[in-house]
Structures are given as C-alpha cells and as structure tokens.
Design a binder for this molecule. Structure first.
Ligand SMILES: Cc1cc2nc3c(=O)[nH]c(=O)nc-3n(C[C@H](O)[C@H](O)[C@H](O)COP(=O)(O)OP(=O)(O)OC[C@H]3O[C@@H](n4cnc5c(N)ncnc54)[C@H](O)[C@@H]3O)c2cc1C
Length: 385
C-alpha cells in the first residue's frame, strides 16, 4: 500500500504535524506502537501541560544549548504566538502563569483532544499498536516502512517523531535511533536530562523536601573538574533537596551539562542566617574540625562553593539530551540529509524530541515539537503540490 506521507510516532510532535498538515484527498498514515496516543503529552506539566512559554521568541534561542541558534529560523517561523493563536482558534482558551502557558482548563487532555480532532479532520489514518521496526529504500526511490503486525508500507515521505529514551514505558525507548544509526544517520549519544542529579557522599538526606530560592549551580566540564576552571554551565534558580540527591528547577535545567565524575558547585547566595535552619545545622556540622569546633573559613567556603562529584543523573528525565544530530538535519525543512534525496523524490524528516535538541523547563520542549513539526509540514505541503 502506498502512502503520500507516513508519520512514525503518535506523541506530541507527530500529532502536531498531523494536526496542521491537511491530507484530504491524499493518503497520510500515522503509526504509533503503543495502545495510546500522546502519553507523554498527557504527563506534561503534571497533567496540566505547559504548552509553551510566554514572552519574546528571541529568548527561546538561548534555552536549547548549542541547538538553539541552529533552530532559530524554525522557531521564528513557527513561534510561541503561532502556537497559542492556533490553539485559541481551535477553541482552547489559554492561561499564563509566570510566563508559562497552560490550557485554561489545566487539562493536558484538552490539548491532546484538539490534536487528535484536527489530525482526523485533516484526513490522517491513525493506527495504534503499529511498531515500525525497519525501513529500506527501494530502487524506484520510494521507501518501504516495515511495521508490525506484519505490514510493508510504501511512501516517499517518512517522518521520524519517535521521541527520546526517558520514560520508556510510554513507548519512547530509543529503538528508532538504533534503526537510524544502522542506516548511517549520525546520532548524538542519548541521555536523560531535566532530571535530578545524584552526587557522591550526599550529605543532605535528612533535608528531603527543603527548597531554597535563588541558588547558583555551576557544572564543570569533566576535563576541567580537577581545576574548577572550565565551566560547562552556570544557572541560578530554586534548589530542592531530596532524600537521594539534588532536584528543583535549577538542577533539572543544569542536568544536561552534568556527567558522572564531573564536579558541580552549589553557591547558596545567602548568609548563614538566611538559610533554612536544618541546612544551616548541616553546613555547620560539615564545617567542624577534629575537636568539634566550627571552622569559620570552611563554613564560608561551603556557603559559596559546596562542591560535589556527580555520581549520576536520574533516568526519568523529562526530556532526552542527544538524538538525531543536527549536523545531519536541514533545519529549514527538518529533512535528514543522509536519508533524503537531494533532488526531492523521497525524504525522511525528523521532528520533536527525537532530534538532538532539548530545552530547559517552562514549555520550551513542547514549543520545539511544534516548531519542528510545522517546519516539516511546510516542506511536505509544498512537495505534495
Ligand atoms: C513528566 C514530564 C513532564 C513534562 N512536562 C512538560 C511541560 O510541561 N512542557 C513541555 O514543554 N515539555 C514537557 N515535557 C517534555 C515533553 O512532554 C516532550 O518533550 C514531548 O512530549 C516529546 O514529544 P515527541 O512527540 O517528540 O515524543 P514522545 O512524546 O516521546 O512521542 C514519541 C512516540 O513515538 C512512539 N514510538 C516510538 N518508537 C516507535 C516506533 N518504532 N514505531 C511507532 N511508534 C513509535 C512512542 O510510543 C511515542 O508515543 C515533559 C515530559 C515529561 C516526561
């Protein structure tokens, strides 16, 4: 069976593409390997779905690390205001909480509902329990997408929207990256990000649940950890102590830069008296000399530079760092260059979390799904004329 376009993955990005690309009079197919569509979208924002960030799109370019400038055009062309206008036109009122945009109902299911309704009215056939396990190029330039249960589907346009590796129970397990790697596509190693960070000899187990505002955390690059000179990233925000390690927005955001064996430095940006009592006691305890007296220089050093060696990043990150390398993607069209015909007779696109781009918390990751999905949709639309 021939399809004009096949989307692989029924998460946020695959559904956004189907919701904005009209396939009426054409044959469009979306394949989702699990029984449910948009599982991670439903989990987003604690079920409330922080769909994007308010403010100027200019700021977005700085929140995706090295990927930001490379996605600039795509973000500007399909911006946060385009996303909010599209949702409002579809009858979803939105609300802004400290520049985080949510559906006014605070229900991620409302957002999923709009994507599904729009995808269906755009003429997409949607199949669940259909896992793509390989694809190959045919002599005539078309692609054969192999999906289980046994099915061989031909197309000239395939879209990889298979997400990353975190929360594999949602279906996003990185298996498509293995298939792409075997096909010769460049894949940046995948790892959990926007996740709690664990450190060696963590001394704050008893502080679990305590949070502090306005803390600066520096992650040093591994080759500079011994000298504390080369920093990979420095961020300021709220820090949360858990019974196993550090969490809270500042830690989640810096986790993409932290690696096992590397040093992270916590600077509390407060005097001892301004810290929560339990932390104060802990720091004083750690500053004591052999005779039990508090060493004031050690205490002052801890306040400014509470240093730890990272032992690991929690596997349940909200996003995946790494993915299909942007070196192999034309970010105007989201085509994977190594798998697409330069003359345009066939193309494989990559969108959303499957690509090597991830942002900080605040709605930026779903915005990236929207911007990349629409960039691919623009290109496919033109190719269908
Ligand atoms: C707890 C949590 C909270 C979050 N909150 C927010 C938030 O508030 N705001 C925000 O911006 N971001 C948030 N995120 C991140 C955001 O949800 C994701 O970045 C986004 O959902 C990724 O969408 P995606 O479509 O690219 O990938 P996914 O949602 O992972 O979808 C990929 C889909 O592809 C399917 N698939 C995989 N392989 C195959 C295959 N071989 N064949 C067929 N189908 C396949 C999977 O089953 C899955 O359904 C959150 C993430 C988590 C985990």
């Amino acid at each position: 069976m021939y399809y004009d376009c096949i989307i692989i993955g029924g998460g946020a990005s695959g559904l956004m593409l189907a919701a904005t690309l009209d396939m009426k009079g054409r044959k469009g197919l979306l394949l989702e390997k699990t029984t449910r569509l948009g599982t991670k979208l439903l989990m987003s924002g604690g079920g409330r779905c922080n769909i994007t960030h308010g403010g100027s799109i200019k700021e977005f370019v700085n929140v995706y690390g090295e990927a930001g400038p490379r996605l600039r055009k795509c973000l500007y062309r399909h911006s946060n205001t385009d996303l909010t206008s599209w949702l409002e036109a579809k009858g979803i009122p939105l609300t802004n909480e400290h520049d985080r945009i949510f559906p006014a109902s605070m229900k991620a299911s409302d957002i999923l509902g709009v994507f599904l309704d729009s995808a269906r009215s755009n003429g997409w056939e949607i199949r669940t329990e259909a896992e793509v396990y390989d694809f190959k190029r045919n002599d005539d330039g078309s692609l054969t997408v192999m999906a289980s249960p046994a099915d061989s589907l031909r197309t000239s346009r395939a879209v990889i929207a298979t997400g990353g590796i975190t929360y594999p129970e949602t279906g996003s397990d990185g298996s498509m990256h293995d298939i792409l790697r075997a096909a010769g596509t460049a894949i940046t190693p995948l790892r959990s990000a926007l996740a709690p960070v664990y450190v060696e000899d963590y001394p704050y187990e008893e502080l679990s649940g305590v949070s502090i505002e306005n803390v600066t955390v520096t992650a040093f690059s591994s080759d500079a950890a011994a000298t504390c000179k080369g920093k990979a990233a420095r961020m300021t925000g709220d820090l949360l102590f858990t019974h196993r390690g550090f969490s809270g927005p500042v830690i989640l955001n810096i986790s993409r830069y932290a690696e096992a064996g590397q040093l992270i430095r916590i600077s509390y940006n407060k005097s001892l008296d301004d810290l929560p009592k339990r932390l104060r006691k802990c720091l004083e305890e750690r500053s004591k000399g052999p005779s039990g007296d508090i060493r004031t220089t050690r205490l002052a050093a801890l306040l400014d530079s509470d240093d730890f060696t990272v032992s690991g990043i929690d596997e349940h990150g909200m996003v995946t760092a790494g993915g299909i390398s942007l070196d192999d993607i034309d970010t105007a069209s989201m085509k994977i260059r190594s798998l697409s015909d330069p003359d345009g007779s066939y193309a494989v696109y990559a969108i959303g979390e499957a690509i090597d781009a991830d942002g900080i918390t605040g709605g930026y990751n779903l915005q990236m799904c929207w911007s990349t999905a629409n960039a691919a949709a623009d290109n496919i639309r033109v190719s269908l004329i």
